[in-house]
Ligand binder design. Structure first.
Ligand code: B1M
Length: 213
């Protein structure tokens, strides 16, 4: 197997044996983020495909997620850091009913490496908890993540509840089940402030930078 194939297969097989030496090797050719977005994400997509075909069970997907998390935790130290003054404060949450947090945590790493103070509320976060955190922290924006189809609908509900609470700070949304179109036509109209869709974590950073400019 090539190095790239091996990196993907650690995620697919859910094994960490040999992972660290291969990550070190990969860093000689790629940036930390390229390793994540390339071979590791390719492995995760394959896990999603196999799971969808009933060729993997949840316990196996969990092991794949562990490998992805361990890789990101190791690679984090090699990511570019912008040590300039704080650009803003952002609350992050995976919406109610959804436990997927690898993407959200990647967004946290990238934003905090680039001058943002992040308040990470974790997973399965109901709107009430986001509203409470908003009042306490007074952030510049709210980031919502969700991977399940029902999470897209939960984002609509969350936006409605935030509006009812009188909140109109920009909302940044992302996650596999979401599209730009859904964001624009279904979430946006339910909210008084901006609702912006990010296709990946770097795009999330670009959008955060645009908002904070
Ligand atoms: Co789940 N799962 N899962 N899962 N899982 C999906 C999402 C699924 C598509 C797999 C499939 O069937 N093909 C499917 C959803 C189907 C649907 O809704 N139609 C699914 C399912 C069905 C489920 C369960 C229901 C399974 C079950 O129990 N029977 C269950 C749900 C539990 C729940 O949430 N209530 C479940 C559970 C799990 C595990 C716990 C085993 C594990 C998650 C572990 C964890 O996160 N701690 C897991 C995993 C790993 C996946 C897949 C395989 C991979 C997700 C992932 O981590 N990707 C996933 C299939 C897939 O996505 N291909 C799948 C890597 C990550 C870096 O990408 O999170 O997309 P992602 O983030 C991206 C972008 O989306 C974006 O940036 C990141 C890249 O830079 N982004 C943002 C994300 N959030 C953002 C926020 C932003 C900006 C950008 O701003 C705020």
């Amino acid at each position: 197997l090539t190095l790239e194939e091996r990196l993907g297969s650690y995620v697919i097989e859910g094994t960490k044996e040999g992972l660290l030496p291969d990550l070190e090797l990969a860093l000689k050719q790629y940036t930390a983020l390229e390793v994540i977005n390339g071979p590791l994400m390719a492995g995760m997509s394959e896990v999603g495909r196999l799971f969808n075909n009933n060729e993997l069970i949840v316990a196996e997907v969990l092991q794949s997620a562990e490998v992805m998390k361990a890789s990101v935790a190791y690679l984090e130290q090699f990511m570019e850091k912008d040590e300039t003054a704080v650009k803003g404060k952002i609350i992050l949450a995976t919406v109610k009913g959804d436990v997927h947090d690898i993407g959200k945590n990647l967004v946290e790493i990238i934003l905090s490496n680039n001058g943002y103070k992040i308040i990470n509320l974790g997973i399965k976060v109901p709107p009430e908890q986001i509203i409470e955190a908003f009042r306490r922290e007074q952030p510049d924006a709210i980031g919502l993540s969700g991977l399940l189809v029902k999470s897209a609908q939960q984002m609509v509900i969350t936006a409605q509840d935030l509006k009812l609470a009188g909140i109109n700070a920009p909302i940044l949304v992302g996650g596999a089940a979401l599209t730009r179109k859904f964001t624009k036509t279904r979430i946006g109209p339910e909210y008084d402030g901006l609702v912006l869709y990010a296709k990946d974590a770097m795009n999330g950073l670009d959008i955060a930078n645009q908002i904070s400019d």
